[in-house]
Design a protein around this ligand. Structure first.
Ligand code: UAG
Ligand code: ATP
Ligand code: API
Ligand code: MG
Length: 493
């Protein structure tokens, strides 16, 4: 494909008279082949600009980089925002794209919401996929990408691959890291969901305002000019601010929740009643009141399910079909997933709560079902937002009856130091570093009326220890470990 054709379509200026045949795009010099356009970005760990000579050596025909960078032997596409320029060019290369694309952002609930959106579409007869923390999920299965929002080349290549396989509808997760690094640009996004906003990732974004503005790029810049934004209402002042961002661009605002609009532009949650295996929701949309039996427990899952329904309606879904599908939603892996019931009779739930707000939501979700004690086992990730640890400790201690503090991906930090930061506010908590031993201890002390919550890892399959060269991922799956620990003595190997 001709570089000038890509540049014209992306509205990007090329140096006068430059032309080349483009065979691919790469942001890592080790992936450059002859004919590649290389994006040279200043990163958090290293400076991609240092790899320009190596990229040219490997056959790069053009380099997208800042104007002040020296480029010899290839076309220099100069940009103040190289990541964005690179993304817009690459999006012209990786075509076709699925017809209907929606994005979901928010601190918690992105994975659940994109997965539910995919399920509703599928039940409505569409060929749908989702991209996010659980990987790329298609009608035929799931493949992990390692990140919530994959790098821009993987993201765009996945999108066009899906379109070629006949997928017409995709819901993707837009993390704040992904948004601030332009990892998903250049596609037509017809609707977006905003689930909620609370503390996370302050190691990367420094302040709550900066973290919030990173998310707002989705509304301010990424979605189409005639997009609809679906908001879960009533979570906080941040939602009100997010709605203002949508109004400023004249986008259609669709509100969902107890304060949601009752008409065409919203879903009002009228009543919400937990049942033994799920919850009964009474909602109003477009002047019509409906009852839905959602087969999932936890108020937070009803929020995610209704935001997903809003996204489907916003992109042309039929209301009856959409709400019927909500009543048939399947659980999302690692989100209040019941792993096992112990021999004493205590159910063990696995949940991916890894922020103070999420931990509170998970505990609140289980509380109505607890007749005895709620036992919470959790930790906090190393090399991640340090300040959230004490808040998580406080929430867990205040709202559970028994707390066991353990390890959760210590990465490059000293595990006992992470635990100490949690223990400082988790009054009365037990400390058991080894996660298997912590889960075993919770199961051993649970009676028949108790419920165990194991939080933080959800679907994860490993415990990440060390960083850089010495990083290791030890196989670990909360669901299997809980089952093993709950098995009769001698039943597991
Ligand atoms: C802090 C962060 O987000 N880092 C991500 C980011 O790295 P970066 O752009 O800062 O890259 P860098 O490693 O400093 O390198 C700079 C540039 O040099 C290039 N390079 C580097 C080495 C080399 O030999 N040659 C070369 O060309 C790199 O490809 C890169 O373009 O871009 C990389 C490529 O896309 C990502 O792999 C990397 O994710 C790291 C591994 C990571 O852990 N990210 C986490 C924090 C993350 O993004 N999490 C969010 C989820 C959050 C949530 O769910 O709430 C996510 O979306 O997954
Ligand atoms: N709507 C919600 N409100 C509050 N907490 C929620 C909500 N949805 C999910 N959670 C909590 O957050 C956890 C993670 O949910 P989910 O994976 O859907 O979020 P995410 O935004 O994709 O997270 P990540 O940032 O890791 O990608 C859940 O296990 C639950 O504890
Ligand atoms: N997407 C989140 C996941 C955190 C999960 C938790 N198990 C941890 O390792 O902190 C992050 O990368 O911060
Ligand atoms: Mg996620």
């Amino acid at each position: 494909m001709k570089l000038s054709v890509l540049a014209d379509a992306a509205n990007t200026a090329l140096p006068l008279g430059s032309e080349a045949n483009v065979t691919g795009f790469a942001i890592d010099n080790r992936k450059v082949a002859p004919g590649t356009v290389f994006g040279a970005f200043q990163g958090a760990k290293v400076n991609g600009e240092d790899f320009i000579p190596a990229a040219i050596e490997a056959g790069a025909v053009a380099i997208v980089a800042r104007a002040e960078v020296n480029v010899e032997g290839a076309i220099h596409i100069k940009s103040d925002e190289p990541r964005q320029t690179f993304a817009l060019l690459a999006a012209q290369f990786f075509k076709p794209a699925p017809k209907t694309i929606v994005a979901v952002t928010g601190t918690n609930g992105k994975t659940s919401t994109v997965e539910m959106t995919r399920q509703i579409w599928r039940m409505s007869g569409e060929r749908a996929a989702s991209i996010g923390t659980l990987g790329v999920t298609t009608p035929d299965g799931s493949v992990s990408t390692g990140l919530t929002t994959p790098d821009i080349v993987t993201f765009l290549a996945n999108m066009s691959g899906l379109a070629r396989e006949g997928v017409t509808h995709v819901a993707y997760e837009a993390s704040s890291h992904g948004l601030s690094q332009y990892r998903n640009e250049g596609l037509s996004v017809s609707a977006a969901g905003f689930t909620n906003f609370s503390r996370d990732h302050l190691d990367y974004h420094t302040t709550m305002d900066e973290y919030f503005l990173a998310k707002m790029r989705l509304i301010d810049e990424v979605v189409d000019d005639d997009a609809t934004i679906v908001f879960w209402t009533g979570s906080s002042e941040w939602t009100v601010r997010a709605i203002e961002h949508a109004q400023k661009r004249n986008l259609r605002v669709f509100t969902v929740g107890e304060q949601g609009e009752k008409g065409r532009n919203g879903i009002r949650l009228l009543t919400h009643t937990p049942t033994q295996l799920g919850q009964e929701l009474e909602i109003e949309h477009d002047g019509q009141i409906r009852k839905i039996n959602l087969p999932l427990i936890g108020a937070y899952q009803s929020a995610n399910a209704l935001v997903a329904a809003g996204l489907v309606l916003a992109t042309g879904g039929d209301a009856s079909m959409t709400f019927d599908a909500v009543a048939r939603l399947q659980p999302v892996r690692g989100r209040l997933e019941r792993a096992v019931i112990t021999q004493a009779g205590a159910p063990v739930y696995i949940d991916y709560a890894h922020t103070p707000d999420a931990l509170e939501s998970a505990i609140t979700a289980l509380r109505p079902h607890v007749k005895g004690k709620l036992i919470t086992v959790f930790g906090a990730g190393g090399d991640r937002d340090q300040g959230k640890r004490s808040e998580m400790g406080r929430v867990a201690a205040e709202q559970s009856d028994v707390v066991i503090v353990t390890d959760d991906n210590p990465r490059g930090e000293e595990p006992s130091a992470i635990r100490a930061e949690i223990m400082a506010t988790a009054n009365g908590a037990q400390e058991i570093g080894d996660r298997r031993a912590a889960i075993a201890a919770a199961i051993a002390q649970a009676g028949g009326k108790d419920i165990i919550l194991i939080a933080g890892k959800g679907h994860e399959q490993g415990q990440i220890i060390g960083s850089g060269e010495s990083m290791r991922v030890l196989p670990f799956d909360d669901v299997s470990v809980a089952r093993e620990c709950a098995a009769p003595q001698g039943a597991s190997e």
